[in-house]
Design a protein around this ligand. Sequence first.
Ligand SMILES: Cc1cc2nc3c(=O)[nH]c(=O)nc-3n(C[C@H](O)[C@H](O)[C@H](O)COP(=O)(O)OP(=O)(O)OC[C@H]3O[C@@H](n4cnc5c(N)ncnc54)[C@H](O)[C@@H]3O)c2cc1C
Length: 410
Amino acid sequence: MSTNWAGNIAFDPRRVRRPGTVDELRRLVAASTRIRALGTGHSFSRLIEGPGELVSVAGLPATMHLDGAQVTVAGGVRYGELARYLDGAGYALANLGSLPHISVAGACSTGTHGSGDRNGNLATAVSAVELVGADGDLVTVRRGDPDFPGVALGLGACGIVTRLTLDVVPAYDMRQWVYENLALDRLTGHFADIMAAGYSVSLFAGWTAPRIDQVWLKRRVDEPGAADAPPVRWGATLADGPRHPIPDLPPEQCTEQLGAPGPWYTRLPHFRLEFTPSSGDELQSEFLLPRASGGAAVAALAGIRDRLAPVLQVCEIRTVAADELWVSPSYRRDSVALHFTWVKDAAAVDPVLAALEERLAPLDARPHWAKLFRAAPPPYPRAADFVALLRRYDPAGKFRNEFLDRYFPA
Ligand SMILES: Cc1cc2nc3c(=O)[nH]c(=O)nc-3n(C[C@H](O)[C@H](O)[C@H](O)COP(=O)(O)OP(=O)(O)OC[C@H]3O[C@@H](n4cnc5c(N)ncnc54)[C@H](O)[C@@H]3O)c2cc1C
């Protein structure tokens, strides 16, 4: 790999290491002065850069092992592969992000999330993390350990994660529908009801018009009223065929819609594993705000839609449940997440991102660590604990980079 997925961050491929065994990884970390983990490279921010070596755990054995209500999975395994394994054994994860292509370790490290009022980000499913620490030792940190809330979503700063244990639930089937053309006043007036109308709800807008273009409603078949999809809801109309969130792109890339029941992992992500997710030629930003500000946040976006639309491919609005992970953007607050898939033109996007941040700052917006942002995040209540944790786990700053130095100075 010589760039991240988006191509906005370049790596010198000679610096990328791919050990084949945990012992090889341990020796590599012990001998290195600066090293950072690299997942599948789907992040957009400078979090994924490193001044020294970059190490992928994708070459380690891709183990997956179910034990009761938990699965232990190698960090480099991608969610798409894990999901197939779990479903084959009658199990499931409570939630997934919009794409199955990302590694479990990489996604949990950044607080990657899907949607759903009661669904926490993907790191909230983690009950244990095994990592290679700065001295090359293998350490396991478990839910309940004092360090766990800093390690489970650790921004790659605590060590190189080799395995994670995740909570699983019995496999379930889901149905997915798309509604089109939701008027803004209906949304702002009924924000909580609309976002609660399914197990996972996503709203998509291009902001070329003052409306939500698509409402993606994902329901478990065992939810009350799961098969009920009236032709008009909240004034929005049920789509008469499959849709892609970006109107010009082919819906064949997307997971099945029109209410057809199917396994959880073929409905929760928007994109199919076998296709390039999204447009593939893009930049992304995302901000998480207290859920109670959902209506105000939508109004703020509508207020600058003439600036957003020319540089936007699509905006997605989701909900995320509160958690206890110290540097999680949804730490201790039920959140609404405002996502932006931009055109791939940083110079054009940059001033719009600044205007957007200015509008969202009064609403206490926290940026997604893996996506692009400009202004420093508001202070995190447990930032000092996270910094103290990094000092203990990594006293020499082996896993640090400029990004961490800026937002979590040692
Ligand atoms: C098309 C697209 C759609 C997306 N959709 C969503 C979405 O629905 N929701 C959402 O929240 N985000 C989304 N993202 C962002 C994405 O989920 C995050 O960037 C995620 O972190 C990517 O995982 P990765 O495996 O590519 O990690 P990378 O980008 O490679 O790495 C991210 C961070 O994780 C750390 N890391 C990786 N592996 C390890 C390891 N083994 N040990 C320790 N640290 C490690 C790295 O050091 C780095 O800091 C999307 C991105 C793209 C490109």
